[in-house]
Design a protein around this ligand. Structure first.
Ligand code: NAI
Ligand code: F6P
Length: 386
């Protein structure tokens, strides 16, 4: 079996390809990183290092790589011949992969081949729908043609993965637990399980909201707050018990709406949160605030992890004060090299925080959540300048 996977980064190589390899696929990566592509084509393997098992080395073999820039024809051909297509490129990059992927699917359709599953594995609400929209925008396929050639489910994706230079090669340190949940009704065959080790569900919302709002929201808001406290490494922040408590409380606020909406028992949610915080505090792991907090515009989107939680809590009449503080902290995130952080900073300087809150979060002025974000922002700002 052959899989084509777009994005040979941390989740691509460290998680998705691990499951694909366990399932028995030979993998063709498609990535813009020429150095990485060359390494994979030289060795046809790479290594994962399982953190909790004393960095046990695991080989992922039968891999090769293509460049979407210099080898678009080969990418198309690989899609025509593939048994499965997956992505882990960061959803912001969907517009950049859409042409290659749409061209490949169109060629597959023209070749009279069967429908194929295209499974995007990205942290975003309904990444399958996002990808479909980008594919249609290329104009290379009509909606009917896309439907005829591909099943594109959305997913929830969770694994601890870190880039690591080991044994002179570009490897990935990985956690020993993970979750990949796939929306089964959108698959070519809803009863087939094209990736071993994944879960298949008819109710993705439940897992997606828990993963994105509780895990990613909790991690992201902790990172913005930790940055304002002066931390660079999230494990240093977690060493202080009050900080861990604050993160747990933020996650419990987001978890509360998910309990109500999806019927999770409170105990189950609390255990899930504690297990997640425990995983972030794994001895020996050093994770930068910069990695966790990156791309604040994407993370402040009304449909993303923070604002969605704040609004859902509001709808259910649940407390969201800590989430609103987390959102406020994101507006002060300031790390050299983060283009989205720089864009927010410039927007605030030009238009003021009052406009910026609505511009990035969609939260209108006049509501109490708007006021609370503004107040928290002003408090943080005053502290920062003292
Ligand atoms: N890192 C993590 O802990 C987790 C990440 N995720 C999600 O997984 C996805 C991937 O994240 P990471 O692996 O951390 O990012 P990453 O930055 O390590 O990997 C992204 C890869 O995509 C490649 N890429 C970018 N533009 C491309 C293009 N036009 N064509 C082909 N390849 C392209 C990059 O070169 C890079 O190798 C994201 O959606 C993220 O939200 C989900 C769970 C955990
Ligand atoms: O690009 P994003 O959405 O920040 O994804 C990476 C995030 O996913 C997580 O691994 C959680 O699954 C976080 O540790 C990390 O911050």
């Amino acid at each position: 079996m052959r899989a084509v996977h777009f994005g040979a980064g941390k989740i691509g190589r460290g998680f998705i390809a691990d499951l694909l390899h366990n399932t028995g696929y030979e993998i063709t990566f498609v990535d813009v990183n020429e150095k990485l592509n060359a390494e994979m084509n030289q060795y046809h393997n790479y290594y994962l290092y399982v953190i909790q098992e004393d960095y046990r080395r695991k080989e992922i073999d039968k891999v090769s790589a293509l460049s979407p820039i210099t080898q678009p024809e080969e990418v198309s051909k690989a899609i025509v011949d593939a048994d499965l297509v997956t992505t882990a490129v960061i959803a912001d990059n969907f517009p950049k992969i859409a042409n290659n992927l749409a061209a490949g699917l169109k060629a597959r359709l023209d070749a009279g081949k069967e429908r194929v599953n295209v499974i995007p594995c990205e942290n975003a609400f309904y990444c399958g729908v996002m990808l479909k929209n980008e594919l249609l925008k290329t104009g290379l396929l009509t909606e009917e043609e896309l439907e005829k050639i591909a099943g594109i489910p959305s997913t929830a994706v969770d694994r601890m993965v870190f880039a690591a230079e080991r044994d002179g090669r570009d490897g990935i340190d990985v956690g020993n637990t993970y979750e990949l949940v796939i929306e089964k009704n959108q698959l070519v065959d809803p009863d087939a399980q094209p990736i071993k080790g994944a879960e298949y569900t008819g109710n993705l919302d439940k897992y997606l909201e828990r993963k994105l709002c509780v895990v990613n929201g909790g991690h992201t808001m902790s990172a913005y707050i930790a940055r304002l406290m002066g931390y660079d490494i999230i494990q240093d922040y977690f060493k202080v018990p009050e900080n861990t408590k604050l993160t747990r409380d933020i996650m419990l606020q987001a978890g509360a709406f998910i309990e109500k909406k999806h019927g999770f028992a409170h105990e189950e949610m609390a255990d899930y949160i504690d297990a997640t915080i425990g995983r972030w505090s794994t001895p020996g792991v050093k994770d930068t605030i910069e990695r966790i907090a990156k791309a604040p515009i994407r993370k402040l989107d009304p449909e993303d992890r923070m604002v969605k939680s704040a609004i859902e809590c509001e709808k259910y009449g649940l407390a969201n004060d800590l989430i609103l503080k987390g959102i406020a902290a994101a507006f002060l995130y300031d790390v050299e090299g983060d283009e989205q952080a720089a864009e927010i900073k410039a927007y605030v300087e030009e238009n003021g925080i009052e406009k910026a809150v609505t511009h990035y979060t969609g939260i209108e002025s006049g509501s109490h959540i708007y006021e609370e974000i503004l107040n928290a922002y002003n408090e943080y700002k005053a502290k920062k300048s003292n």
